[in-house]
Every structure is written in C-alpha cells, then in structure tokens.
Design a binder for this molecule. Structure first.
Ligand code: NAP
Length: 255
C-alpha cells in the first residue's frame, strides 16, 4: 500500500493577517504538476483520541520551486476548526506530516487550449494559479491570462510581490484584477465575481470579451462563488469541461 504520510519540517511562515497565513516546509514529496494539492497534517487530540489529521492544501510553488508553500486561513476552534488552528500555532522548526504524492486536476495538462484563460479565485485559492503562472506552460497555451483574486478586505490581497513579478515577466499577456468586497481599495473592483461578469464590469476592466469562442475559465475557492459564477457563465453558453467532452469551465471548490 502507498505510504500515507511522511514527516516534513516547517522552515518559514508569513502572517498576512491575524488569521490568513502561509507555511513553508521541506519534505521528500514526489514531483508534482503545477496547480496540484498535497495533504498536510499534524498529530492532534480529537474526539476519536490522538490521531493524525490531514487536509488538502494547494501548493503555491512552481514545479521546481522550494521550499514547499501552502496558504491557509485559520478556522477558529469555536467554528469547528481542528487542523488550521493547530497549524496556525506551529512554529518554524516544528515537524508536520505530508502525503508523499500531490494530487488534483486543476492544472495545465487538464485544461484545453483557448485564446484567453480567465482565472477566477477567492481568498486562499490564489495558490494553484500562482503555481502554474510561475511556470512556462500556461503562457504557451493561452494568448492572454486574466487573473482575478476576490477577497473581503484589501489585507487579504496576498502575494502581491509574486503577482508583480508575473506582470513584469508577461507584460503583454497578463492582467491582474483584484476584487475587494467589503471596503473600497484603489485599483480593485468592489463586489463579487459573478455580478461583475453579469453586468459587464469585469470585461470592461479587462478590455476583453468573455465568450464561449475565446475563453476558458478556471474557478477555484469559495464553493458559493464557484456555483454562482458557473451559473452566470452557463447562461452565456459556456459549459463545464470534461475530459471526454471539452468545455470552457474547470472548477475546484476549496471546502
Ligand atoms: P470568503 O467568505 O470565501 O470570501 C472571499 C470572497 O468571496 C469575498 O469577496 C466574498 O464576498 C466572496 N463571495 C462569497 N460568497 C460568494 C458568492 N456566492 N459568489 C461570489 N463571491 C462570493 O472569505 P475567506 O476569508 O476566503 O473565507 C471565509 C471562511 O471560509 C473562513 O473563515 C472559513 O470558515 C472558510 N474557509 C474554509 C476553508 C477550509 O478549507 N475549510 C478554506 C478557506 C476558507 P462577500 O464579502 O460579499 O461575502
């Protein structure tokens, strides 16, 4: 049977807000495809006793980039959080458990060619997009990439340094469009992704039409955003992508 987990070590952390944070770790995991997730966990006391609790987190890394990095939000214990409060308390030098093989289909090999890739994300789901936008394949596959990161408050617009580096590397091909829903922030659209598609705000900002002829949309993050955005896109004639039946919408819900 495949090994379920191996031991890794936390080598760094970044606190973006009091609950949003990134962990960097080293572990002997197998090569992965940009956009995939790996299971990470700790040994904890739970209702069932002492056990190893593992959850999937997308890797923020380009395929060859080290140390490994995940971005996550602490779900308070009172709100049912088990692993994330413990990971939030973890310190550099602490050990953690990692599944040796990453998984998932939210990656370039699974997505059909199109003229424009629309990457539509919320919160911590920025991870998989950074993973493949830091590589080379996506830039050969699409003429343009529009990346939308939608958050509640401006402090949650994470990884601006990496976004700036991608903008510098692909000035003609790349557009970053931040959304902040609960406060005004210069340069950001105030509101939610599906509304901004429905009323044309997103296309106006990008200066590109979002049509079934030209677009592939990758949706990742809050499951309600994924569902509501899928419905708006379907009303425009885009349909879900399946291996056997190519379409325009690839999704990954985050919880
Ligand atoms: P969030 O509530 O997911 O909000 C992120 C953005 O998505 C906000 O701009 C929000 O807009 C928007 N949004 C919410 N519902 C939407 C919909 N139906 N259509 C379009 N956009 C929508 O915020 P978060 O801070 O990333 O996560 C919040 C909570 O989600 C956490 O506290 C946690 O409980 C849970 N979470 C769980 C996990 C997990 O793995 N278990 C991971 C991440 C988050 P509004 O401000 O208008 O709502």
């Amino acid at each position: 049977m495949a090994q379920k987990f191996i031991e890794g070590r936390i080598v760094g952390r970044t606190d973006h807000t009091d609950s949003l944070f990134s962990l960097q770790f080293e572990a002997a995991i197998e090569p992965f495809v940009a956009g995939q997730f790996c299971r990470v966990g700790l040994e904890l006391d739970t209702e069932k006793g002492r056990e190893i609790v593992m959850r999937p987190y997308s890797l923020v890394n380009a395929a060859g980039e080290r140390p490994y990095e995940i971005v996550l939000i602490k779900v308070a214990r009172e709100a049912g959080g088990i692993l994330t409060p413990a990971l939030h308390e973890a310190k550099v030098g602490d050990s953690l458990y990692v599944a040796p093989r990453a998984n998932g289909f939210f990656s370039m090999p699974e997505v059909p060619d199109a003229e424009v890739l629309w990457g539509l994300s919320t919160g911590t789901a920025i991870g998989p997009y950074l993973s493949f936008m830091k590589g080379t394949e996506a830039w050969k596959k699409f003429r343009k990439i529009v990346f939308v990161h939608a958050v509640r408050s401006a402090a949650e617009l994470t990884y601006r340094d990496q976004i700036d580096a991608i903008t510098k590397d692909h000035p003609e091909q790349f557009q970053y469009i931040p959304f902040v829903s609960r406060e005004d922030f210069p340069g950001a659209i105030r509101g939610r992704i599906p509304n901004a598609i429905a009323d044309g705000t997103l296309e106006a900002r990008a200066g590109i039409e979002l049509t079934a002829d030209t677009a592939h949309c990758m949706l990742c993050g809050n499951p309600d955003m994924v569902a509501d955005t899928t419905a708006v896109l379907e009303s425009r004639g885009l349909r879900k992508h399946k291996r056997k039946e190519p379409g325009h919408i690839t999704t990954e819900a985050y919880w």
